[in-house]
Design a protein around this ligand. Structure first.
Ligand SMILES: Cc1cc2nc3c(=O)[nH]c(=O)nc-3n(C[C@H](O)[C@H](O)[C@H](O)COP(=O)(O)OP(=O)(O)OC[C@H]3O[C@@H](n4cnc5c(N)ncnc54)[C@H](O)[C@@H]3O)c2cc1C
Ligand code: SF4
Length: 560
């Protein structure tokens, strides 16, 4: 928004029944189900979806092995209708990597909750683009390139909609000759489906204290490259997960390799953001991982064709915040419905969209508006999402407490007990402890990590990889990474934690530059930002706030 908003012309407003922020699986499922209910009941419901990416799917990054449970409930004939999910999982492999070797876990030891039988491999971005087509055919208005930048409230403090950001604001905060005022989209109900660490969702969680009865949300950063491999190396339907090397036993995370489509392999690496060593670089761990003898063979002779990164939620059941506020609801990963051991959240995102749509449709039919959709909360807390998340609720806290080897073993035991004695498991719920920003050791107490130089064939430097994310931002606009106190990076973060932003950012946005006189300066290369939200989560001083840049800015992922 331009800095002196009072001097600007008033915003135009449009009225809808339901306003949805975010065209991911959660937001699109809600939009589609609202229209399906509307057609079935013969009662018009107007629905609008705002998406900050330049196109639907441009900001979606996922594995993705997709459990079709949600999709089948939303669109039972998705196969006949041509949903882009053609590769069914054929084989599951789970490997422990050591420095030079690997140990494969026999599949019969793996808890059935981890089984990928009946799931499909594909691009979640492509699936979202297809869902958007289905939604548009039903009459949903979808506006890509329009970030929701501000929450609107009515006179009683209930959510009344959102406003899109102003366009054409210069770097100095003043309107340029291209200035266009944002729009107000007002709704009886507003759904926040922004995915992990949504910027408006974060504001709502604070303002309404929505985490008062839950544990703090936990996060991971997921980095991904899309490769086209040599045809002889491609094994369609193979799903491979690893843990262990290159991470040490105190750092949670692991990798995925999914073979699908036209000789495509989606290779990715997740690092839990409660890591302790400020010298750790999730990006460089990912690059190093690809050089392991058990992995490199698949990629050698192939070509990396895409890159990106995105935070994912890991708190699970005990971190689900209050889901509704008067006039609003949190959907999908904005609410944290990710199943961590399965690395899956898209099925729950779709299920949450369906549940929220049902609740809003009934409320609007009863003449209600701007109140709490309690039916949505109870659908989540007693329905399929609860059944998916509750049995795995201890896996992440066990991993955090006991480290990778014992933690995973205990987590596996808990999942087995949950299979044998449904609803029981270990019989208790472990809490998450510190939020992720508070887990770093100081630089003096930590050991620097020497990462190998990229070879440009199998491993790449950050900037080269960012060019494979299609990232682009209008240069003349305010920096969208807001520092509450611009002095903190150099005055506090540098001496205390060797300014970890230089390493946790997967897009080389943050740099400590040494000036001619030898003094350090914190530089923000905002145009590189791939919108992963890691800085907003991990900055140990909680000094960085990620806000939406001008519409359409950010990555332009294709098939991620
Ligand atoms: C590396 C990685 C691997 C994963 N692997 C899998 C997997 O294999 N299987 C699986 O099921 N799940 C997987 N997940 C999780 C899955 O991607 C998420 O659970 C799912 O995408 C959540 O859907 P969502 O609709 O809640 O949010 P998202 O998919 O994040 O979509 C949110 C949308 O909202 C938009 N948006 C955000 N803020 C605004 C705003 N203010 N205004 C306008 N638009 C906005 C975003 O641009 C985005 O398009 C993975 C995640 C990651 C990061
Ligand atoms: S600046 Fe923040 S949100 Fe952007 S890529 Fe870096 S860590 Fe991610």
């Amino acid at each position: 928004m331009a800095e002196n908003a009072a001097a600007l012309p008033p915003r135009e407003a449009m009225e809808f029944d339901v306003v949805i922020v975010g065209a991911g699986p959660a937001g699109l499922a809600a939009a589609i189900r609202l229209k399906q209910l509307s057609v079935a009941a013969g009662r018009e419901v107007s629905v609008v979806v705002l998406e900050k990416g330049s196109a639907v799917g441009a900001h979606i990054l996922s594995g993705a092995v997709i459990d079709p449970k949600g999709l089948s409930r939303l669109i039972p004939d998705w196969k006949e209708k041509g949903a882009p999910l053609a590769t069914e999982v054929a084989e599951d492999q789970f490997l422990l990597l050591t420095t030079r070797g690997s140990i494969r876990f026999p599949n019969f030891l793996m808890p059935p909750l981890m089984n990928n039988h009946g799931n499909y491999i594909g691009s979640l971005g492509a699936l979202c683009a297809w869902l958007a087509e289905q939604a548009a055919e039903l009459g949903v208005e979808i506006y890509p390139g329009f970030p929701a930048a501000e929450v609107l409230y009515d006179e009683n403090g209930a959510i009344a909609g959102v406003a899109t950001g102003d366009m054409g604001v210069g770097r100095d905060g003043e309107p340029t000759e291209n200035f266009v005022r944002g729009m107000e989209l007002r709704g009886k109900y507003t759904f926040f489906a922004e995915g992990a660490r949504g910027s408006l969702t974060k504001e709502l969680i604070r303002k309404f204290d929505l985490e008062r009865n839950s544990d703090p949300q936990k996060y991971g950063i997921g980095l991904k490259e899309l490769w086209r491999v040599a045809p002889g190396k491609h094994r369609p339907g193979l799903v491979q997960h690893t843990f262990g090397w290159p991470l040490d036993g105190r750092t949670g995370g692991g990798s995925f390799l999914y073979h699908y489509g036209d000789n495509l392999v989606s290779v990715g690496f997740v690092v839990h953001l409660n890591y302790e060593n400020p010298y750790l670089s999730p990006y460089d761990e990912f690059q190093r991982f690809k050089t392991h003898p058990a992995i490199r063979g698949t990629l050698e002779g192939g070509k990396r064709i895409g890159y990106g990164a995105r935070a994912l939620t890991e708190g699970g059941w005990q971190s689900i915040p209050e889901l509704v506020i008067p006039g609003g609801a949190l959907l999908g990963c904005a609410a944290g419905f990710m199943n961590v051991p399965r690395i899956k959240g898209s099925h729950n995102a779709i299920l949450s969209g369906i549940a929220a749509a049902q609740a809003a449709f009934e409320a609007i039919g009863a003449g209600r508006a701007h109140d709490r959709l309690e039916a949505y909360t109870s659908a989540v807390r007693t329905g399929d999402i609860a059944a998916d998340l509750k049995p795995v609720r201890n896996v992440k806290p066990l991993w955090s407490r006991f480290g990778t080897y014992l933690g995973i073993a205990l987590g596996g035991l808990d999942m087995w007990l949950n299979t044998i004695l449904p609803g029981k498991g270990l019989g208790f719920t472990l809490k998450h402890r510190k939020p992720d920003y508070a887990t770093l050791k100081t630089a003096v107490a930590a050991k620097p990590i020497a990462y190998p130089k990229p070879d440009g064939v199998l491993t790449f430097d950050r900037l080269t990889n960012v060019s494979f994310s299609g990232t682009n931002h209008e240069e003349n606009q305010p920096v969208h990474l807001k520092l509450a106190d611009p002095a903190i990076p150099v005055a506090v973060n540098l001496p205390e934690w060797a300014e970890p932003a230089q390493r946790y950012c997967p897009a080389a946005v943050y740099e400590i530059v040494i000036e001619a006189g030898g003094s350090p300066r914190f530089q923000i290369n905002a145009q590189n930002c791939v919108h992963c939200k890691t800085c907003d989560i991990k900055d140990p001083s909680q000094n960085i706030t990620w806000v939406c840049p001008e519409g359409g800015g950010g990555p332009n992922y294709a098939g991620m």
